[in-house]
Design a protein around this ligand. Structure first.
Ligand code: FAD
Length: 444
């Protein structure tokens, strides 16, 4: 009986596990993971911080033994590809686990920027927002806090800042880049998000490098751009890096964004696959390596790794980096390249942009949407899209994501009839109008 060992039980490891059980029901499956609960749901953490989800619901047992899956509590230290063994650390010391195929799904680790004073304050009033343990520590600290600071204006930083505003009178958000959501939204598309957050009382300082983390026995704030920001609690949301140390220690090829894998999710050691945030992802548009770390991609990669570890022949095509986040009352979504990243990849971009009501003018309760599609002037194909609105950003961006994945051209996309009734949409949807604007610019 083939023995498949999954290292790390997050989105990718779970997807691999369920796929192997379905496609190779006779395989023996073992899981190595240090968590006490089987699963932890990180995407819910900011919403739990904001009081919308009970923290207890973020940890889940899935009764692995009832599924016939062996759970080995501990951390994998090394893989020996010749001996077909994994050395792992448990509470009782080190042990070796033999395998026929292994899947590395060790996820990510928060990036800790090298800022003066960081060591004294980290986990002492200033916390990353990556685990339920972090969430509990922040919640405890909130009881004695009035002022909060979030470092980093990516999706998690924005969700965290809005969550802190539910508890604190003063919340500041500091970002090194000149805009919110750098790298995933164009500056003009991030402007309504900023307006919304400022309206809800978050003080935003973009283009501001944090120079020092202040500590007065515990975290006391930061200095940035020459100004001191006093605070009682801080959240560090400066991004994530691939957790690829196990691969490095095992002589497996890695690169800046993570473990190097091919489209079968095979690592450089035969029979050892890798999936999720620990691998270097690539663009479904053109194969360029991307720093994308999302549950959606991790899950898909886990399925592919699971099928192939069990002896199958599945292919992962790459990611469009399709995301959505809820920032207060706004849905913010995007897929593919931004204008800047498309230019950096060598494309001449044209855009179709619209800011309009989602419903017909006569209908009460209308809401506005800002929507942009990006196309390649040369080939005429889609490169990406972004949307910001109260409701309906993700559903439109998902359509463009499908076009990116399948190669559907804007001219064909524009002809697609989208569902309409005045209480939900317009007879010609803003997305189709934006595509039409882009098509006109391609034709010029
Ligand atoms: C606060 C937050 C909000 C997020 N929101 C979203 C969202 O809204 N949408 C979205 O798409 N993505 C979101 N993400 C990203 C998403 O959570 C990750 O992309 C996803 O969890 C990656 O899955 P993974 O399986 O690769 O890694 P993980 O889910 O991180 O799982 C890795 C597992 O490996 C284990 N492990 C690590 N090292 C070892 C080792 N040496 N031996 C054994 N086990 C090990 C860890 O304990 C962990 O259980 C969010 C992330 C965070 C932190």
């Amino acid at each position: 009986m083939k023995h498949i060992v999954i290292i790390g039980l997050g989105s990718a490891g779970y997807a691999a596990l369920m796929t192997i059980r379905r496609t190779a029901p006779k395989a023996r499956i073992s899981v190595i993971d240090p968590k006490l609960s089987d699963l932890m749901h990180p995407c819910g953490i900011p919403y739990s911080l904001g009081g919308h989800v009970p923290a207890a619901g973020l940890e889940q047992d899935i009764f692995l033994s009832k599924m016939g899956v062996e759970k080995l509590g501990g951390r994998a230290l090394r893989i020996d590809g010749d001996a077909r063994t994994i050395t792992m650390r448990t509470d009782d010391g080190e042990r070796e686990v033999r395998f026929d195929a292994a899947i590395i799904a060790t996820g990510n680790a928060p990036f800790i920027p090298p800022i003066a004073g960081m060591e004294r304050a980290l986990y002492n009033g200033l916390y990353p927002l990556a685990t339920v343990g972090d969430l509990k520590k922040i919640n405890e600290r909130l009881n004695s806090s009035a002022r909060g600071i979030v470092i980093g204006a990516g999706a998690i930083g924005l969700e965290a800042a809005m969550a802190l505003r539910e508890h604190l009178t003063a919340v500041s958000l500091l970002e090194l880049q000149p805009q919110l959501l750098p790298g995933i939204l164009d500056p003009d598309m991030s402007a309504p998000v900023r307006e919304h957050m400022e309206f809800h009382g978050v003080v935003i300082k973009t283009g501001t490098a944090v120079e020092e983390v202040l500590c007065d026995g515990a975290f006391a704030g930061v200095t940035g751009g020459g100004t001191a920001y006093a605070a009682d609690v801080g959240i560090l949301a400066a991004g994530f890096r691939a957790e690829s140390e196990l691969a490095d220690r095992s002589g497996i090829t890695t690169e800046p964004y993570g473990i190097t894998v091919d489209e079968y999710m095979r690592s450089s050691i035969p029979g050892v696959f890798a999936a999720g945030d620990c691998v270097a992802a690539w663009s479904v548009i053109d194969g360029y390596r991307l720093p994308v770390k999302l549950a959606t991609g991790a899950y898909r990669q886990g399925i592919v790794a699971g099928i192939n570890a069990a002896g199958g022949d599945a292919v992962y095509r790459g990611t469009a980096g399709t995301f959505v986040t809820k920032v207060g009352g706004l849905e913010v979504a995007g897929t593919g390249y931004t204008t800047a990243s498309a230019k950096a990849a060598g494309y001449a971009t044209v855009e179709g942009k619209i800011r309009t009501g989602i419903l017909p003018d006569y209908f009460p309760g209308n809401t506005e949407i800002s929507l942009k599609v990006l196309c390649d002037k040369g080939s005429g194909r889609f490169l990406g899209a972004q949307a910001v609105t109260e409701k309906g950003a993700a559903e439109r961006i998902n359509l463009v994501s499908m076009a990116l994945e399948t190669g559907l051209m804007p001219a064909d996309f524009w002809r697609v009839e989208l569902a309409y009734c005045p209480a939900v949409s317009e007879v010609i949807d803003p997305l189709n109008k934006a595509v039409e604007f882009a098509l006109r610019r391609i034709a010029r």
